[in-house]
Design a protein around this ligand. Structure first.
Ligand SMILES: NCC(=O)N[C@@H](CC(=O)O)C(=O)O
Length: 681
């Protein structure tokens, strides 16, 4: 017996291995594609930021809505195993379609590097994304539930460990996807999963269960309405009004599912906060300093998951249990929400620090102006009505001057005095460039937000007497100013050239700054030494490491909330509705994403830190509601309830046991048979 038990255990570990590796590959493919999706929208399809972000969130929301479809197919029709296989094929076709849509040569007849028919690429990529959403979402509730199905009722500890390992694999896949190309992984996902085919415990679908559930609920509501008069005796549960027509077992199962789904109502709020990691927090990072921005953003969550899941599972939860505290799944989920709320408080504190260092940008009714003087002497600049600035040659005004009107007149104390009228841009920042010939002074528009991704915006004013060529920039005419160019952090070299003459100019950049470099007429004679720099926007000074606490808190929250939610959804579902409840759980994520979309569309509060605090407070309020709901929830053992109902229906427990034994034996025989067949092959 001992030998055969050990053998069984080894066999189980082996086929669980196929399932978790399958999940690893699938998540690798999904996250790898998702990581470059916004970039594809921005730089290939040339969509603006808002459209790219909205379509991205809509796609993510779709990926979490399609699980309902997958669950219906699995539980009512194909069974989980076949659903996973077929929808994985759809998934692979989606990835291939998406990949083809990125080949610009298909419509680039003139070979200029830009597709000629954007509609074709957009249509193809949208089709690809829909297929991917159908594939990834469709299989998602089935894979988790299918993994759970491999365990027997008494193996609840192993089941919990399975879900933790499952979650680890999800995040290992997502972590690695940032390093390797995702396409090949869909094919490997399928192969790994099929490889374990002969070993799995496959539960058969039980007819069109969803349709029966809907009909049964509909009948209960109708019947209750028909018997609304007080002369009819009350029933314990409103679903009991379906007793006249429907099987007691089905009604009991629906009651179990509805009880859990009701509990899910407040949960999308957690995901609303969680999903802002990829949007608001990423934007926050671009206003901070530190050279690990992209690595931090794409890897910190999975790395923390890989560390925290084992710590929680092996250390924290057992320790809490040892202290005699009952840290039930719903309590864990509540604490998870509170951690997410704390993460947003931490984000608000970081934001307050960042705000202290941010420039004072103009409001929509104001205009800001700075003055740069490349004239040969110091100038006294008067801007009507009462702004007086003294600006040295090859220098600038100390900071931007803010006006609440747009029409200004500028006077220079040259001989004769030069006066010129300008109209400023409302809500904009501009620089008045005074060239060597001040009569042609002109306005140049400045950046009015922090350069993206921690880059630096730089431009040059040519005070040299002839055209100049600067590395990577078009040639600049005398007295002209280039448009901004974005440069990365670190040391950058620029070569300035005019005919045979040249000099090299080096500059070390931080993050998120903006500079105007003034090139004097002596530039070649002093080997670029005399180039002066005007700081239009200071570099970011709050270090990105300050974001680590918020990532740590939200990931701790995720481990408590998401891993537990996954286990809870499986354990509280009746056998024939496991995938349906997994889909219900995933839907909370979809709704969370949709809320992010709506919030983004409605716009933000004027202060970002206030928005973070608002979200934190909302989640605290929601977690209080959830804890009250959880207090009234009684954990159930679906198998026990089903057995009890069967018993009430006249099926004796012995008969049931016999039936189960027979089924298990049949299963075992089937597997042995397949094993023999495989060996023969
Ligand atoms: N750390 C993100 C993560 O693990 N996400 C999971 C859970 C989910 O999105 O519902 C996943 O990608 O499956």
């Amino acid at each position: 017996t001992l030998f055969s038990n050990k053998k069984k255990k080894r066999k189980k570990i082996c086929y669980i291995f196929f399932i978790v590796v399958n999940e690893f590959c699938e998540r690798f493919s999904y996250y790898g594609m998702r990581a470059v999706l916004v970039l594809y929208f921005r730089y290939f399809l040339l969509w603006d930021d808002d459209l790219a972000t909205s379509i991205y969130h809509a796609f993510v929301a779709l990926c979490y809505l399609t699980p309902i479809l997958g669950a219906i197919i699995a539980d009512s029709w194909l069974g989980k195993f076949k659903t996973i296989i077929y929808l994985s094929i759809v998934y692979a076709i989606g990835q291939v379609t998406m990949a083809i849509s990125t080949i610009h040569d298909i419509t680039d007849a003139n070979r200029d590097g830009t597709p000629d028919n954007f509609t074709f690429h957009i249509a193809l990529s949208m089709l690809g994304l829909i297929l991917i959403a159908l594939g990834t979402g469709g299989i998602k509730p089935c894979v988790a539930a299918f993994g759970g199905d491999q365990f027997q009722e008494h193996q609840s500890r192993q089941l919990n460990t399975f879900f933790s390992v499952f979650y680890l694999c999800i995040n290992a896949g997502s972590l690695l996807s940032t390093l390797i190309t995702p396409l090949k992984s869909v094919a490997s996902t399928l192969m790994v999963f099929i490889a374990g085919s002969g070993m799995y415990v496959k539960t058969d679908p039980e007819g069109n269960i969803m349709w029966s559930v809907c009909k049964c609920i509909g009948f209960a509501i109708k019947n209750r309405f028909r018997h609304r008069s007080s002369s009819y005796p009350k029933r314990e549960h409103w679903m009991d009004w379906a007793n006249e027509k429907y099987d007691k077992l089905l009604i009991a199962q629906i009651k179990m599912v509805l009880k859990v789904l009701f509990l899910y109502i407040p949960l999308p709020m957690f995901w609303t906060l969680f999903d802002q990691k990829g949007s608001r927090w990423t934007l926050q990072a671009t206003t901070m300093s530190g050279d690990f921005v992209s690595i931090l953003i794409s890897t910190v969550n999975p790395i923390l998951i890989l560390t925290l899941v084992p710590i929680m599972d092996r250390l924290i939860f057992p320790l809490i249990q040892k202290c005699g505290l009952n840290f039930s799944p719903l309590k864990r989920m509540t604490v998870g929400m509170l951690f997410a709320a704390m993460a947003f408080v931490s984000a608000a504190l970081v934001q307050i620090e960042i705000d202290k260092t941010l420039p004072n940008f103009p409001s929509s009714s104001e205009s800001q102006l700075k003055v740069v003087n490349t004239y040969s002497t110091t100038l006294n600049v008067t801007i009507s009505p009462n702004e007086h600035l003294l600006i040295e040659s090859f220098g600038s005004s100390a900071d931007y001057v803010t006006f609440d009107h747009q029409d200004i007149t500028v006077s220079l104390n040259t001989n004769p005095v030069i006066t010129k009228a300008f109209s400023l841009i409302k809500g904009g920042r501009q620089t008045l460039i005074i060239p060597s010939d001040p009569t042609v002074m002109y306005l140049k528009e400045d950046v009015k937000s922090k350069p993206r991704e921690g880059k630096n915006a730089i431009r040059f004013v040519n005070g040299y007497t002839a055209d100049l060529n600067i590395t990577n920039l078009d040639s600049i005419e005398p007295s002209a100013t280039t448009n901004y160019t974005l440069v990365n952090q670190g040391k950058r070299d620029f070569v300035l050239r005019h005919g045979e003459q040249w000099c090299e100019f080096s500059r070390k950049f931080g993050f998120g700054a903006s500079y105007t470099f003034l090139i004097p007429s002596t530039v070649f004679s002093d080997d670029c030494e005399s180039i002066t720099e005007v700081e239009d926007m200071k570099p970011n000074s709050v270090h990105m490491a300050l974001q680590i606490p918020q990532y740590f808190l939200i990931t701790t929250g995720e481990v408590m909330f998401s891993v537990t939610g996954l286990q809870f959804s499986y354990s509280q579902a009746p056998k024939n509705m496991k995938s349906v409840l997994q889909a219900g759980w995933l839907c909370t994520n979809a709704v969370g994403n949709i809320i992010v979309l709506i919030v983004a569309e409605l716009g933000k509060l004027p202060k970002q830190w206030a928005e973070y605090l608002l979200f934190a407070s909302l989640l605290v309020a929601v977690s209080i509601i959830f804890s009250i709901m959880a207090y009234f929830y009684t954990y159930i053992d679906p198998a026990e309830i089903e057995a009890q109902v069967r018993k009430e229906q006249g099926l004796e427990p012995e008969e049931m046991e016999k039936e189960t034994l027979e089924m298990e034996e049949k299963d075992e025989d089937q597997k042995n048979e397949q094993g023999v067949k495989q060996t023969k092959i």
